[in-house]
Design a protein around this ligand. Sequence first.
Ligand code: SF4
Length: 443
Amino acid sequence: MNPYILYSDGEGNIFEDITLYTTGRSGWDALPVPEDEWITLPEGGQLYELPGRRGIGIDVETGEMRLCEKGWAVAAFIPPAHTGLYLAAYETLPGAETLPLFCYTATGWHDDTFYVPAIRIEQDIRQESEGFEEEKIQSGVKKFLSAYPHNRLVQHLAQNCCLTYHCPAARNYFMGRWECPVPSSPACNANCIGCISFQPVDETIVSTQDRLMFRPTAEEIIEYTVPHLETAPFPIVSFGQGCEGEPLLMWHTIKDAIVEIRKHTIKGSININTNGSDPEAVKALCEAGLNSIRVSTNSVRESVYLPYYKPNNYVFNDIIESLKVVNSYGGWTSINYFVFPGMTDSVEEYEALRKMIRETGLKMIQWRNFNIDPDWYLRKTGVTETGECLGIKQMMELIREEFPDLKFGYFNPGMERIRGDFERDFAGGRGASSDLNAKPLTD
Ligand code: SF4
């Protein structure tokens, strides 16, 4: 059984076309999706109509692939903690605008239910939409703004991150729990095509949030992070957020903050989300007490990395070195792996990933959905064809088999999970860490 394709009337209304089964996209190709890779659209997921694009389906009678001419194509934005296995498959008509920086997963309709080809890769509930209580958030904002009246960072987290961008990390901070964001850098030493905090003026799309406009002091960082580490359940403070540039450009301030934080508390994990561009700075932060690092990347192949990140003053190998440095200090190492079906699961990428895991002693892969217009990404990085692919799910299974101690997830683990039972010690945690053994659609 395969779900029917969806289309929109261009006015936000979505319909199923029962003459066509939906397909999935991998690289530039539309493919049938294996039946056991469909799950119901998770809570918090959304549907997007894609103007100027016609969905590609499989004719229920002939089995031929053809376009759905009834309306615009439809894609799903799947919520965090889930990884999409196929992109939405469509043909882009001339003059269609570039799509904004969201993920576009395939979707279909079956038995009055929306389906997506995806997997729950993370059981931690920190970004479950139904877990955010608006009243608690509002009272938390009020309480912390009056507790830290002169702290520019707390004001930024309140006014911009929490109340404007609805950033889940900032909302969790104001609810006094889990991972607390610490943005610090207005500048970056890379020029990512899909940067979510800065887009060049000549680009047609906009960044999803504005970049921080000031350099916080170590005192401003310490003032609100120490109480968070002391009081929050599963506490983490994380440098490197979506509303800033590259935190390693602020490593002196971050080092001073970490030293001071650890004078006040040994609780929780101090993490940095980074492009990993400066292994020497990372070494200094490890010396100061950094517990974990998450290096973001669209690929572990230099040839695919460079046309996307367009680094100013660092080389691809620096990001590998940064992971090795943290590993040598016994710290936790993750990659924030932007999953793009057709690129991530290519045989070349798989081989490069195996080599990188062995070389760096990597502890965790966070299989994140790539928030970018697929056509735009492939065109901008000069990808005309993607070569042989394994399928995202199969690639995960192969990596899991070869590296049984390597963890899969979507979020930075707290100290309880790093030092305790990885499968249990996390927010909402009493169960397995991924659904690789999920029940197939047809049962
Ligand atoms: S490293 Fe981060 S902040 Fe810098 S350009 Fe890339 S996405 Fe933007």
